[in-house]
Design a protein around this ligand. Structure first.
Ligand code: E4P
Length: 221
């Protein structure tokens, strides 16, 4: 499974990547505007901390076809490999996904709220599909729709990866990992909350105290 970070914070990506196996970074226009940086600054900083093997995903902002295609070409030219354009699954977006794939660009279909729209984007050639799990929950179902999508891709022998997105807590991520999701994109805080448990530190403190009392040192030998 690919663990991707949903953030414009390059320092956070560096810190999480030192501890966990991170496959890449997604951003969106809201994340970038909230960062207080320009898209150029975010791209520069992120490409500085990402290794060549880690993927980077940036999103189109234009809503008309020509504008989307221009955004897509610009985004994909930022880097020679592992660079993907995120395109929302509007009618125009689905058209742009088809055209971008015909040009050989890496494409992630985003802003997905139901399994059928995602499946159509996969039929148009998208490499990744990003269903917005938490936001879908507020329309009635998120996890169930993503599970349907996994099944729909599998029975059609399609290699498109589902990169589940818009998580608000580690439990939602856990449910989809158990279901066999190919990728998740999560904010750094959710990544930390997936591994942090007070019991781990308490156990380590107990080991250290016992060792110090018995041998008077903090190292093995
Ligand atoms: C995914 O690629 C999106 O950037 C993101 O997960 C959307 O999540 P939000 O619901 O937190 O905006």
């Amino acid at each position: 499974m690919e663990l991707v970070l949903d953030t414009a914070d390059a320092q956070a990506v560096k810190e999480v990547s030192e501890v966990l196996t991170v496959s890449g970074v997604t951003t969106n226009p809201t994340i970038i505007t909230k960062s207080g940086k320009t898209p150029e600054q975010v791209a520069d900083e992120m490409l500085n901390v990402l290794s060549d093997d880690q993927s980077f995903f940036m999103q189109t902002v234009a809503t008309d076809f020509e504008g989307m295609m221009a955004d897509a070409r610009k985004i994909c030219s930022l880097r020679s490999k592992n660079m993907y354009v995120k395109i929302p699954v509007t009618h125009t977006g689905l058209r742009a996904i088809k055209a971008a794939k015909a040009e050989g660009l890496g494409v992630l279909a985003t802003a997905i709220y139901n399994a059928d729209a995602a499946f159509m984007a996969a039929m148009n050639g998208a490499d990744y599909l990003a269903p917005y799990v938490n936001r879908m929950e507020s329309y009635g179902d998120g996890i169930g729709q993503v599970m349907d999508l996994l099944e729909m891709l599998s029975i059609n022998n399609m290699s498109t990866k589902v990169i589940a997105a818009s998580f608000k807590n580690p439990h939602q991520v856990h449910e989809l990992i158990v279901a066999g999701i190919q990728a998740v994109t999560i904010p750094p805080a959710v990544a930390w909350s997936m591994i942090d448990h007070p019991g781990t530190q308490i156990a380590v403190d107990e080991f250290s105290a016992a060792w110090r009392e018995a041998f008077g040192r903090d190292t093995f030998m």
